[in-house]
Design a protein around this ligand. Structure first.
Ligand SMILES: C[S@@+](CC[C@H](N)C(=O)[O-])C[C@H]1O[C@@H](n2cnc3c(N)ncnc32)[C@H](O)[C@@H]1O
Length: 296
């Protein structure tokens, strides 16, 4: 029989041998999940022997981590903004970098109580849209994705947040089948260059959906579609915000300017790297907005 302290040590050794750097935080989190004790309580229980059932759960978690499954997929949950969202291998686990986009979108909203309409293209787990709706109490959202399994996870997250009456999920390519008009269009599309995807750490390369990562030869495949859809679907005066790769600011800004839009900013993440493109579509730069709210 092992004490918790001995199990933590043994699990860290096992993960280091499997190539996981600095595994202690993950081991603690997995032990807390296996034990159903809070992590603070665990500290006082380190010299006690682990009950047999808890031990089985803990080592099952560790074996998944040895296979380089991401922590979020083992736990089935990922924190994002103020929310705790369900994740699986069918969706990209939402990243803290993407909170920069949420923040930048909220910054352009002058009235947070207004009944805004938000479109999240390629919604995945629904993270961006749900974070925005959690701050914009009267807003409604539409989330699209090409992946039906991803939309099933998004639907669970909509229920977790209690937003069933405020959200529609649509399976489509980008925003192909939509006709409603929106105040905000947001997206975190796949933007990693195809050749780079194969060089990513195993947690991402082998366990997150390639559809969520691969942005084509230069990573920029999605942006012409997103820009076209923003122009088509935004109300005059609306805003579009898209996440971009840390080295894509210049290229994406040029793509936006080539569409004749002048009001474009590249915003940095907390590390100072390019992370978000924010575009304002003025009167005349969008087509006449349709008045109905009708998504299939
Ligand atoms: C980088 S993930 C972003 C997920 C989520 N929005 C987030 O920020 O965590 C990109 C998403 O794009 C979806 N996707 C890829 N190609 C698509 C397409 N042509 N049309 C719609 N969605 C697409 C993927 O299924 C994936 O869910």
């Amino acid at each position: 029989m092992m004490t918790r302290a001995q199990a933590v040590r043994a699990a860290c050794d096992r993960l280091i041998a499997a190539g996981v750097d600095d595994p202690e935080k993950d081991v603690w989190r997995l032990m807390a999940d296996a034990s159903a004790l809070g992590s603070v309580c665990l500290i006082t229980e380190m010299t006690t022997t682990i009950p047999v059932e808890e031990q089985a759960r803990f080592w099952a978690h560790i074996e998944r981590r040895v296979r380089r499954e991401p922590l979020s997929q083992i736990l089935g949950l990922q924190s994002f903004w103020t929310l705790e969202l369900k994740v699986s291998s069918d969706v990209l686990a939402p990243r803290s970098d993407t909170e920069v986009l949420v923040d930048a979108a909220l910054a352009v909203v002058s009235d947070r109580d207004a009944p805004l309409k938000v479109l999240d293209i390629a919604t995945g787990s629904g993270a961006i849209m749900l974070a925005l709706l959690s701050e914009l109490q009267a807003a409604q959202g539409v989330g699209t994705d090409l992946s039906a399994p991803a939309l099933a996870i998004a639907a669970e997250n909509v229920r977790r947040c209690g937003f069933q009456d405020r959200v529609q999920l649509v399976r489509t390519r980008w925003a192909d089948s939509l006709e409603a008009s929106f105040d905000l269009v947001v997206s975190n599309p796949p933007y990693i260059a195809s050749a780079v995807v194969d060089t990513l750490e195993p947690e991402v390369r082998d366990h997150e959906p390639r559809l969520a990562l691969d942005g084509g030869v230069d990573g920029l495949d999605s942006y012409p579609y997103l820009l076209g859809e923003a122009r088509r679907l935004l109300k005059p005066g609306g805003w579009a915000l898209f996440e971009i790769g840390y080295d894509q600011g210049v290229a994406v800004q040029a793509l936006v300017e080539a569409t004749g839009v002048e009001s474009v900013e590249i915003l940095p993440d907390l590390a100072g790297r390019d992370r978000v493109v924010r575009i304002r579509y003025d009167q005349g730069q969008t087509l006449r907005a349709e008045k109905h709210w009708n998504c299939p």
